[in-house]
Design a protein around this ligand. Structure first.
Ligand SMILES: [Zn+2]
Length: 226
């Protein structure tokens, strides 16, 4: 309890210091889900990526606006539109960049990487689960049941075959199951009703909860049609 108190005191001090720092403490005002960077991740990442990640969080990257603030240049303006080139402006706020489809290009590059990985996984041979009864899991009194399927083999382990469409090159047409005006980046589906249902509600949903809430209704409609 003493240790906890001391830790809490230290943490409070750190936080009150952060709040006072207008620039580096901006994160204290963010309304975003917090991200925990683990040691395992840090070992894996290249130093330059760790540097970028930390400096982008504290807004200490060499954006024109920062260079000007530090007295290294005289012009803080964006070369594309002439506005003040802060980090936020460069990453997602420049109207000219948007018009020139630069953000779309970046989005598609990320999407392409995801699609490639998913495509490799999708093509892997999986056991046909159609006639297989799910094994009964016995749990001892007082113990908790362990999670199966999705935690063992990932999202795609729930069905033997998967179809996939990606919103790249040409506009994604949503499968004939339901009509929708929404335009998801990637649609993965299987004609294996029991399993598809449970896996779609699994990990992918948790990790992208914010984005998924947009598609929740669509997902429900698809489920209703098996
Ligand atoms: Zn701009």
């Amino acid at each position: 309890m003493v240790l906890q108190e001391v830790r809490k005191g230290e943490e409070d001090q750190r936080r009150s210091k952060s709040v006072q720092l207008g620039q580096q403490g901006a994160w204290t005002k963010w309304d975003l889900p917090s991200r925990k960077v683990t040691w395992a991740e840090l070992w894996r990442l290249e130093p330059i990526r760790i540097s970028f990640m930390l400096r982008s969080v504290c807004d200490t990257l060499t954006s024109p606006s920062n260079l000007c603030r530090w007295g290294l240049t005289e012009n803080p303006s964006c070369k594309l539109c002439g506005g003040t080139a802060t980090l936020a402006h460069i990453l997602s706020g420049c109207k000219t960049a948007l018009q020139q489809a630069r953000y779309g290009w970046r989005h598609d590059k990320v999407l392409q990487t995801h699609a490639d990985i998913l495509e490799t996984e999708r093509r892997k041979k999986r056991p046909d689960l159609k006639h297989e009864k799910p094994a009964i899991q016995f749990v001892k009194a007082g113990e908790k049941a362990q999670t199966t399927a999705s935690s063992q083999g990932g999202l795609l382990s729930g069905a033997s075959t998967w179809e996939m469409r990606v919103d790249l090159n040409k506009r994604l047409v949503f499968p004939d199951v339901v009509h929708t005006n929404l335009r998801p980046d990637i649609v993965l589906w299987s004609d294996h009703p029991d399993r598809t249902d449970s896996t779609m509600g699994g990990r992918l949903c948790e990790a992208h909860e914010r984005k998924m809430s947009k598609y929740q209704e669509l997902l429900e409609l698809c489920r209703a049609k098996n």
